[in-house]
Design a protein around this ligand. Structure first.
Ligand SMILES: NC(=O)c1ccc[n+]([C@@H]2O[C@H](COP(=O)([O-])OP(=O)(O)OC[C@H]3O[C@@H](n4cnc5c(N)ncnc54)[C@H](O)[C@@H]3O)[C@@H](O)[C@H]2O)c1
Length: 322
């Protein structure tokens, strides 16, 4: 039977790499495409797909998964697979994969870019230079040197460790909160393990790098912002829902922390009516921290490989519902 591969995506400008790689393996395969609003396509052809390649924004709930008749693999284009019901997929024998570890350098670079954005303020100062006094008076408050600053990482997984390495390379001291990583393991990466309150209270920069799951949804609440230094900056590249966004807006408006750089927010894609877009000292980028020529190439190549492995009954190291 001709394999049917269904791609659910609204991000990529083309699918040349997917076509090339899939046709190398299955010369006669049928490749179909849908937007995130795929309900009609699911009934028309998607239910008979042998594998699904889906963007992280595509939601695949139990009701959709239960309609699938032949599917062997759901290969997510990215690290976060929180919109796929992996339990429902497992029950149907469908292997769900993500792409772990592929963009840790890119996310760590973004985090350091955010640190420097807040630290040296070159973007803000150069944009406003004509309205500012010339010289030291342009600086509202001298920043602490990075060598005197602490980066606190929430979630010391693959990306968190890369953030730690880059932060240390830039002179910061690094602490981390992760209930699933021992103090010994952290010490091996030169990171000091802290408790929840202690880590927040000691940080000049906080990087959110934990997985989003039931346990971490709304992990950072209003009272947690009260524990942070009023001079602290927060960077989130993990998932928006790890933070209670409404609480963060209130905290920023009250000056409980100095600023936040957010590559991920609670509602994605947003409508731009979300309060975070009107919030002073919140800087939002459109979920792009993972992007580089190299990360794109790896993402697509591995996602197709995962779909093929699933279709052929092989276990990918990227399996998330084994
Ligand atoms: N912005 C982007 O473009 C982008 C790209 C890739 C990944 N991500 C996000 O980054 C996240 C981290 O990726 P990773 O590859 O490092 O994942 P990982 O699985 O290696 O690390 C996640 C870490 O979170 C920790 N964790 C679990 N529960 C926790 C809790 N209650 N408190 C603190 N830590 C907890 C785990 O112990 C683990 O060490 C992904 O889940 C994904 O959502 C974002």
């Amino acid at each position: 039977m001709t394999p049917l591969i269904w791609i659910i995506d609204e991000e990529w400008p083309d699918y040349d790499m997917e076509r090339k790689l899939l046709r190398e393996r299955y010369p006669d395969c049928d490749i179909r495409f849908s937007s995130y609003d795929y309900a009609e396509d699911l009934e028309n052809f998607g239910k008979d797909a042998d594998a699904i390649l889906c963007q992280i924004y595509a939601t695949l709930p139990r009701e959709a998964i239960e309609r699938l008749t032949r599917c062997k693999a759901i290969a997510v284009y990215g690290g976060g697979f929180d919109r796929v019901d992996i339990v429902a997929a497992r029950e149907k024998g469908i292997k769900v994969t993500n792409i772990s570890n592929y963009c840790k350098e890119d996310l760590a670079d973004y985090t350091m870019a955010a640190v420097y954005f807040f630290y040296k303020q070159v973007a803000q100062l150069s944009a406003e230079v004509k309205t500012l006094p010339w010289g030291a008076q342009a600086i509202e408050r001298p920043p602490m040197r990075l060598s005197e600053s602490v980066m606190h990482i929430i979630g010391l997984g693959r990306i968190g460790r890369e953030v730690a390495a880059k932060a240390k390379g830039n002179g910061l001291k690094v602490t981390a909160y992760d209930p699933y990583v021992s103090a010994e393991e952290m010490a091996a990466s030169g990171v000091a393990k802290t408790g929840w309150d202690e880590g927040l209270a000691g940080a000049d920069y906080i990087s959110v790098n934990c997985i989003l799951n039931e346990e971490t949804t709304g992990l950072i609440k209003y009272e947690d912002f009260e524990k942070m230094k009023s001079s602290a900056y927060l960077v989130n590249t993990a998932r928006g829902k790890v933070i209670d966004e409404e609480a963060m807006v209130r905290a920023l408006e009250k000056g409980l922390i100095k600023g936040a750089m957010l590559d991920v927010i609670a509602t994605e894609p947003p409508t731009y009516s979300e309060k975070i877009f009107g919030c002073q000292n919140a800087y939002v980028t459109p979920h792009v921290s993972y992007i580089s020529v190299q990360s794109f190439e790896e993402l697509k190549r591995r996602a197709v490989g995962n779909a093929v492995m699933g279709m052929e009954g092989k276990i990918s190291p990227d399996l998330v519902n084994g």
